[in-house]
Design a protein around this ligand. Structure first.
Ligand code: SAH
Ligand code: SF4
Ligand code: F3S
Length: 472
């Protein structure tokens, strides 16, 4: 698919950084540090984008707060994938009326996928006068410039770039964790699944150059990060647009070659593009986690076709089998949509059957949400929300039972885990993840955060494992 790749030069990013310093002078004029709040919805790509927004805000001299009444600048980084996500955003933005009343100079900005849709940008403009600045994902790199425009003009700024191929290197980052890092390897999506808004909000697939990705991975390892998650809407098509001879499996190998003790994870993989080479590479690269999130969406061929997923049940099952033959300990997770327009009881039962056949370690299940402008939005959708809910509940019960059984099998065994944070609870104060990404709660010294340790699993439920440090 053709698109215009628009690389933002390092000079342009430098210019944005200079604008940050200009804003710092304005905001810090009264000798008080301005506070910022970045509220993030949606996927890990959005989390990674928010780290860039916070990187810019930090250069502007901002500190960070979770309290919207204390914030001088509020940025709401939105998601459009389901109506529920948009409703939550609009509800929260609406409630900022109160905070701005208390603090009339407060700057409120809404960015991200939701406002890349013209109708939502228009809605915010018309119905949410409290919002000062709106920009879509393609303009994140020039957030400082847009913010300065608002600060200097005191006018509302709405900027929505139609370009579908922006790619920017070198934006400063303020990362959330010191242990786990997001590493975005590509932007956009070319798949146009008929239900999905992402290709419209994020533009066409464009890969970062392998040398840029590897350089960032090296920096992360040097900075002490122990887990790097490679991000893209469809990481399996990495590199196709660059024609540089490096595909996703090659990229994993290049990162695996970086010296140091760390884990490589990635998401999301599209089943139509997962290859034997990828599974083989995962098995051979000792730093690559044996974990794959492979969204199947439905177990029925007719629905898969109408979703434009470009694979059928048989191809999916073959891939699962192949992946497991290379990695018998593979942790496999998936996404499922229940209630796609016109999905019958029989078609839904095929999904249940597939889940029972595959036995996913865990599943993310969603009720279909109509997205304006997507092909599925015009398909007849005769079934009620209540009927879909019945299917959803049934699928959840099946999924939860399988997860609980799979977790039970961990009990009594010892696994190497990466301790990644504190839980805030007394009994099990630390959280950690197995190589396959399963959550393990344990009790221990917070100094263990960022370390790989052995843990014996003592109990489990549907959602998590519980264990004790095994020094033996
Ligand atoms: N690129 C990823 C998914 C990104 S969106 C992939 O293709 O695997 C994450 C999940 O949200 C999807 O896998 C899908 O299950 C769900 N989703 C996307 N659009 C949806 C919609 N309109 N209604 C309900 N769920 C949806
Ligand atoms: Fe959406 Fe499909 Fe692209 Fe995933 S692959 S982001 S579901 S269009
Ligand atoms: Fe949502 Fe955009 Fe991610 S729509 S799921 S934030 S790509």
């Amino acid at each position: 698919m053709s698109y215009v790749r628009k690389e933002i030069s390092i000079d342009e990013i430098k210019k944005q950084e200079e604008i940050c310093l200009q804003i710092k002078e304005i905001l810090c004029a009264e000798g008080k540090q301005p506070m910022a709040l970045v509220d993030t919805y949606g996927c890990q790509q959005n989390e990674a984008d928010s780290e860039k927004l916070r990187g810019y805000l930090q250069l502007m001299g901002c500190g960070f707060t979770d309290d919207e009444f204390l914030a001088d600048i509020i940025l709401v980084n939105t998601c459009a994938v389901r109506e529920h996500a948009e409703m939550r955003v609009l509800g929260n933005v609406g409630s900022l009326n109160h905070t701005k009343k208390n603090k009339p100079d407060q700057i409120i900005s809404v960015c991200g996928c939701m406002v890349q849709q013209q109708h939502m940008a228009d809605k915010v403009k018309k119905s949410y006068p409290v919002v000062d600045l709106v920009f879509g994902p393609h303009e994140l790199w020039r957030f400082p410039e847009l913010l300065l425009k608002h600060i200097q003009s005191h006018k509302r700024v709405f900027s929505r770039c139609e370009s579908d191929g922006v790619i920017a290197e070198g934006i400063p980052r303020n990362r959330d964790s010191k242990v786990k890092a997001w590493l975005s390897i590509m932007n956009g999506c070319n798949n146009f699944c008929t239900y999905c808004i992402v290709p419209y909000t994020r533009g066409r697939e464009r890969s970062r150059r392998p040398e840029d990705v590897v350089a960032e991975a090296r920096e992360l390892v040097a900075a002490g990060y122990k887990e790097i998650t490679l991000l893209g809407q469809n990481v399996n098509s990495y590199g196709k647009d660059l024609n540089c001879g490096v595909d996703f499996a090659d990229l994993i190998r290049m990162i695996n070659d970086i010296p140091g003790e760390f884990l490589i994870r990635f998401m999301t993989s599209h089943p139509k593009d997962a290859t034997e080479k990828l599974f083989k590479t995962m098995a051979e690269c000792e730093k690559c986690a044996h974990q794959i999130h492979l969204p199947v969406q439905s177990g029925n061929d007719h629905i898969l076709k109408r979703m434009n997923r470009c694979y059928d049940r048989e191809k999916y099952m073959q891939q699962v089998e192949m992946a497991r033959s290379y990695m018998p300990d593979l942790v496999l997770t998936t996404d499922i949509i229940v209630g796609f327009p016109g999905e019958t009881d029989e078609e839904f039962e095929d999904t249940i059957k597939l889940c029972q056949d595959v036995r996913f370690d865990s599943m993310f299940t969603f009720i279909y949400s109509k997205r304006q402008g997507t092909p599925a939005a015009t398909m007849p959708d005769p079934f009620t929300r209540e009927q879909k809910q019945v299917h959803f509940d049934k699928l959840m019960a099946v999924s939860n039972a399988i997860s609980a059984e799979k977790h039970k099998a961990y009990e009594g065994k010892t696994y190497k885990v990466l301790v990644d944070g504190e839980t805030g609870k007394d009994e099990y104060n630390l959280s950690s993840r197995t190589n396959g990404g399963r959550l393990v709660h344990l009790k221990g010294d917070p100094a263990l955060i960022g370390k790989f340790i052995n843990v014996k699993i003592t109990s489990s439920n549907t959602w998590a494992l519980y264990g004790e440090i095994d020094n033996g």
